[in-house]
Write a protein that binds this ligand. Structure first.
Ligand code: FCB
Length: 446
């Protein structure tokens, strides 16, 4: 088929999920405990005491998920591998049953003509590693490299796209500074140490991948921000620049060989456990960059203090919001892609997550008529098309998410799926947005 909708013929159309959010089966086949199991089972951490113990039961029901992807005619599926299924304690010999699960998943996807994009890590760190300090401990970076090497040796013949970490900003800052995600620590120094060790983990794994001689691509997925100034005042413009340091530049500058931003070093350099040679390991550009985009922040300058050393605060906005309370700003996605493509030498960009939660209400047949989600997707896909028209090297789009799933500390009440799960049977019921996305993939326009 020759597309006429403004998207290239070889554009990647995918869906994304993650292991802890969909698999369930947390005690099966030798899987070890992850930091998210611990966090969920700690009272008060997750809304309504929800856990990922069952989730979408995709560990058993993956054939249904693949059938859905097939019906969409998606050409790729970005899923993540649960490290504690492969190495229950985070180190040593792999658990054959864990490998076997992903073998079946990968082989079934390939049989269905869907390219498996393997996200090695999407937040479910083995608890045994957290007990030794988690990402604040340098050793975790080397354990990640070991885990990644297992995955390259075992799956390298079938995986063309590996990505190392998903949203390391969340792992470091939500996990170790804000404490709203696992492991729930609140300590700025630990968070900054985690930043460095996460980057190091990526760099080490990438180095190992390249040493295998495999011909696939190796990348990383981040959730960068290009914050918008609230007013034209120079101080608000400056605040917007500063705000992008933590969300974007502390990740991309080191990855593209520029080291940490000077201002970040000035404030937090003393927290960073940089060892000679680290920045070289980190600073070899990935083959592709995955960008997760949901919304855009608007910021203004405020007086700096100890908790807010950069003097940046969020400002009110006029946008409609999703059920997450996140502004709906499709133009922000274009601005972000432009910012990235204009400031770092990125040759392959993918939107690796984009989507929205709404308070879906099923009709009598159980079907969700999610006009709001369709409009969200339409507008953001339009931004992708505009980006491509401008020459931004955007090569694919992964919708978050295929299924309603476990939305971390929000539990099951925030639903991002284009497929609803029946609350008792867990049967998969496509929402209207599922058919909308199918039409888009078919090349019928937005
Ligand atoms: C991203 C996460 C993903 C999902 C979406 C809504 O930050 O990567 O797992 O929770 O947000």
């Amino acid at each position: 088929m020759k597309r006429t909708d403004g998207f290239p013929d070889d554009f990647i159309w995918g869906c994304a999920t993650s292991s802890y959010q969909i698999e369930g089966a947390t005690h099966e086949d030798g899987r070890g405990v992850s930091i998210w199991d611990t966090f969920c089972h700690t009272p008060g951490k997750v809304a309504e005491g929800d856990t990922g113990d069952i989730a979408c039961d995709s560990y058993h029901r993956y054939p249904e998920d693949i059938a859905l992807l097939r019906e969409l005619n998606a050409n790729a599926y970005r899923f993540s591998t649960a490290w504690p299924r492969i190495q229950p304690d985070g180190s040593g010999k792999p658990n054959p049953k864990g490998l076997a699960y992903y073998d079946t998943l990968v082989d079934s996807l390939l049989e269905a003509g869907i390219e498996p994009w393997m996200q090695l890590y999407h937040w479910d760190l083995p608890q045994a590693l957290e007990d030794r300090g988690g990402w604040a401990n340098r050793e975790t970076a080397f354990r990640f490299q070991e885990f990644a090497e297992i995955m390259f040796a075992h799956f390298g013949d079938r995986i063309t796209h590996y990505s190392s970490l998903n949203e390391p900003w969340c792992s470091a800052y939500l996990g170790y500074r804000e404490g709203v995600q696992a492991p729930g620590k609140r300590d700025r120094v630990l968070a900054n140490r985690a930043v460095h060790h996460l980057l190091l983990a990526h760099g080490l794994a990438q180095k190992s991948y390249r040493a295998t001689g495999l011909s696939g691509k190796f990348g990383i997925v981040i959730n960068p921000g290009r914050q918008r100034p609230a007013t034209a005042r120079p101080e608000d413009y400056a605040a917007a620049e500063i705000a992008s340091i933590e969300s974007t530049r502390i990740w991309l500058d080191p990855l593209y060989g520029r080291g940490y931003p000077a201002l970040f070093m000035q404030y937090f350099g003393a927290d960073l456990p940089i060892v000679d040679g680290d920045m070289e390991i980190i600073g070899s550009p990935p083959d592709f960059l995955g960008v997760n985009y949901y919304f855009e922040h608007v910021v203004k300058a405020v007086p700096a203090d100890e908790r807010n050393p950069f003097g940046v605060a969020l400002a009110d906005t006029w946008h409609e919001k999703t059920a997450m309370g996140w502004d709906i700003v499709p133009e922000g996605m274009l601005r972000l892609l432009r910012y990235i493509a204009g400031n770092w030498p990125v040759s392959n960009l993918y939107v690796t997550e984009n989507g929205a939660a709404f308070d879906d209400v099923p009709d009598a047949d159980g079907v969700v008529h999610d006009k709001d989600r369709i409009e969200y997707l339409r507008a953001h896909l339009q931004a992708c098309r505009d980006a491509i028209a401008e020459g931004i090297p955007l090569k694919g789009y992964f919708l978050w998410s295929l299924l309603d799933n476990f939305e971390w500390a929000y539990g099951y009440r925030k639903r991002f799926g284009i497929v609803r799960l029946h609350p008792e049977t867990l049967n998969r019921i496509p929402k209207k947005s599922f058919y909308y996305y199918r039409d888009v993939i078919a090349g019928c326009g937005l």
